[in-house]
Design a protein around this ligand. Structure first.
Ligand SMILES: *Cc1c(COP(=O)(O)O)cnc(C)c1O
Length: 394
């Protein structure tokens, strides 16, 4: 089976597992144990990971807080800032195509009395920084805009958004679960104050993540969302997941070394996949900007072919669709809807997410499989036949 769903999760890199292994076995110490070697070696490993993460995003190790993943990082960043700055305001700006880990947190704040502005995006999936600036008011305490989208791969104009936020004195959070390790991210160049990271989106283990929190120019205040032993300078209590943290650090180190080469290779494979699909199939369209896009993402609509049927027919390829199966109805993706993609087109959309271990042969197999499936499903489609003036209505 060919795995092309790397926006959902990535496999663990064997080098990451090798780095983690000692901490799953003999080196099992609690990083907070100060009295013996078991604790010291765990603490040392955690410190090394902090450095590896910081290096990848241009931060200082003291600005890294370990969490269980990007969902927790998003919760800590948004709720933590909203609470810490409650004396100054109650308005949060985000955008319509954020991950649920941001949108649902914002809805929760709204229920608690905050005001939330959800910026629209264009057909390309991008936020307009001018519209963001116009939305900033006296009581705005946070702007939260994702670095790269998990469905269409759109990379937001983060540096410009950051520059405006800095000028206006508003903390800027970015959910970078899809971007870190895939494209260059630098919290200083991008003027980012809080940044969410997830290990399992970058060939690290599930259940490990980090939140970058700026400590100077300006220092960002944060109210803890997890109280307890005062770990992570009081911002996130709980015994550290040492193997997971070691894995996240190693994953960052590998991405830092190999990102340039890997992203060029994946871009080539992605463009090859796109070219094959476009050459063999009519009435296909790409969702989102090709210019401002993650190199390993392709999101395509195949007119007249329901994504669910297409995925079923492509049984040897793991991909995702632009619709979410709920109990009875097939809801088109809110991301595509916010981009102005018609419901019909959204229901026929497939997300291809390429990754580190995909080969050219696998991509060719996936392309052939998609082409064959689309052609045979269209053969059976009265709608397609009608559109083509086929036998049914001649
Ligand atoms: C996967 C993802 C998350 C959630 O990350 P977890 O580590 O699984 O909690 C949040 N935001 C984006 C953009 C993601 O792609």
């Amino acid at each position: 089976m060919v795995y092309l769903d790397h926006h959902a999760t990535t496999p663990l890199d064997p080098r990451v597992l090798a780095a983690m292994m000692p901490y799953l076995t003999g080196k099992f110490g609690n990083a907070a144990s100060r009295n013996h070697k078991f604790g010291w070696e765990a603490e040392q490993a955690v410190d090394e990971s902090r450095k590896q993460i910081a290096r990848l995003i241009g931060a200082s190790p003291r600005e890294i807080i370990f969490t269980s993943g990007a969902t927790e990082s998003d919760n800590l960043a948004i709720k933590g800032v909203a609470e810490a700055y409650a004396g100054q305001g109650d308005h949060v700006i985000t955008c319509a195509i954020e991950h649920k880990a941001v949108l649902d947190v914002c809805r929760k704040l709204e229920q608690r009395g905050a005001r939330v502005t959800r910026l629209p995006v264009g057909r390309d999936g991008l936020v307009d920084p001018g519209a963001m600036e116009a939305a900033i008011g006296e009581r705005t305490v946070l702007v939260s805009i994702m670095y790269a989208n998990n469905e269409v791969g759109a990379i937001q104009p983060v540096a410009e958004i950051g520059r405006i936020c800095r000028e206006r004195g508003v903390p800027f959070h970015s959910d970078a679960a899809q971007a870190v390790g895939k494209v260059p991210v630098n919290v200083d160049a991008d003027s980012i104050d809080l940044l969410s990271i997830s290990a399992h989106k970058m060939y690290g283990p599930k259940g490990a993540g980090a939140l970058y929190v700026r400590r100077r120019d300006p220092r960002v205040q944060l109210t803890a969302q997890m109280d307890g032993g005062g770990h992570e300078r009081g911002m996130r209590s709980g015994t550290l997941n040492v193997p997971g943290i070691v894995g996240l650090g190693e994953a960052c180190a590998i991405c830092g070394r190999e990102m340039d080469e890997e992203s060029a290779r994946l871009r080539r494979l992605r463009d090859r996949l796109r070219a094959k699909l476009e050459a063999e199939l009519e009435e296909v369209s790409i969702n989102g900007s090709m210019e401002h896009r993650l190199p390993h993402n392709l999101n395509m609509s195949f007119a007249y072919v329901e994504a669910e049927s297409l995925m079923m027919a492509m049984s040897g390829v793991a991909v995702s669709s632009g619709s979410a199966c709920t109990s009875a109805t097939m809801e088109p993706s809110y991301v595509l809807r916010a981009m102005g993609v018609a419901d019909d087109a959204a229901r026929t959309s497939i997300r291809f997410g390429l990754g580190r271990f995909n080969t050219e042969e696998e991509v060719d197999y996936a392309a052939a499989s998609a082409i064959e499936a689309v052609k045979s499903l269209r053969e059976l489609s009265p709608l397609y036949d009608m559109a083509k003036g086929g036998k049914w209505f001649k």
